[in-house]
Ligand binder design. Sequence first.
Ligand code: XLS
Ligand code: NI
Ligand code: NI
Length: 437
Amino acid sequence: MDFFNTIGKIMYEGPKSKNPLSFKFYDAERIVLGKTMKNHLPFAMAWWHNLGGGGTDMFGRDTADKSFGAVPGTMEHAHAKVEAGFEFMEKLGVGYFCFHDVDIAPETDNLLETNRRIDEISDHILEKMAATGIECLWGTANMFTNPRYMNGAGSSNSADVFTFAAAQIKKALDITVKLDGKGYVFWGGREGYETLLNTDMQFELDNCARLMTMAVEYGRGIGFKGDFYIEPKPKEPMKHQYDFDAATAIGFLRRYGLDKDFKLNIEANHATLAGHTFQHDLRVAAMNGMLGSIDANTGDPLLGWDTDEFPFDVYDTTLCMYEVLRAGGLTGGLNFDAKNRRPSYTCEDMFHAYILGMDSFALGLIKAAALIEDGRIDRFVRQRYSSYESGIGKKIRDGNTSLADLSAYAEMLGKPELPGSGRQEYLQAVMNQILFD
Ligand code: XLS
Ligand code: NI
Ligand code: NI
């Protein structure tokens, strides 16, 4: 069945095209720095927003119809979503998808029945994967929607809830392996707290680590070779989320000995909620060897929550791809954890959104490659630290000195020279020149 029958395959038509249903910059086979765009940009569709999200917000119900000809909440609907999802990805040339357990099959009150439903739908997904060549980027378990998770999953005060979370993770891992997913994500959901007046933070963190450790043991046992990911987020839904940002998540992983199996899935909108730039959290992950995957969306600087907008800001996508290129690429991909704005409720809007996101990242890639080839920014940064390349600086760098040595050297120096201009305005002008030349 053709769900998007008014829309054909989306083709690359170049920057001059005025056809709204075409790519202006994403040219899958174009070579950038020795690799095709498709290889640099492993785009993924987020099952939940794209096939499940109808625009409901705190003040109003769905505006978009995502029934795909079936009654929502039924298995018929879950099957229809599979068909629609693969048609959508094929028409756009999106090579991957990401899913939660409950996105693919409606949950019931009975774990065995829920799992049977997940088996049935994942069989269907597997058939479509074989027919299209589309792959699974990552899977995850939704441990935040059901009321039992009101206090978190691993961090819940209830051992029964913890147990249920473990069961969901086990199943989600089984399905991720069945679909040959490259990764498995832990987004903290409600792992956090509202007030320390009722919370044993140390115990909750230990328990979160226990759950992840069991997941690693089980996953490796069933042959999962991919990466586990933590997706940091500072707040929302909880006031304090334990995986606040990249640095916090890395500290947690190292403390509990999970850093060999885990990398990070950095979401743009989560980084900005943490008071960082997207680029900052990418850099923190990359310099720790933990940049695995990306949730590609953007927030609104005027709103303080996870608005999950489609990425459109080329300055941001350029700096993101600059970090990705410098890190040698992603082991995961670019998942559009993004949703249409509520008034963009038609099925054409679903395509416009992905075209916008894919073109924004394609442009970002082209411009990031230009920044690197231009070399002025990299050279400037190297030059800025050049005092550490010889003399006393080299001694500091090599660990061949001490406070006493340095103090003696400083006495000799008298007054140190100023450290040299940071040239921020010049560098910003270089960015603009490259972006708009
Ligand atoms: C929510 C998260 C979520 C994760 C997957 O803010 O971004 O969508 O990516 O559970
Ligand atoms: Ni996300
Ligand atoms: Ni998010």
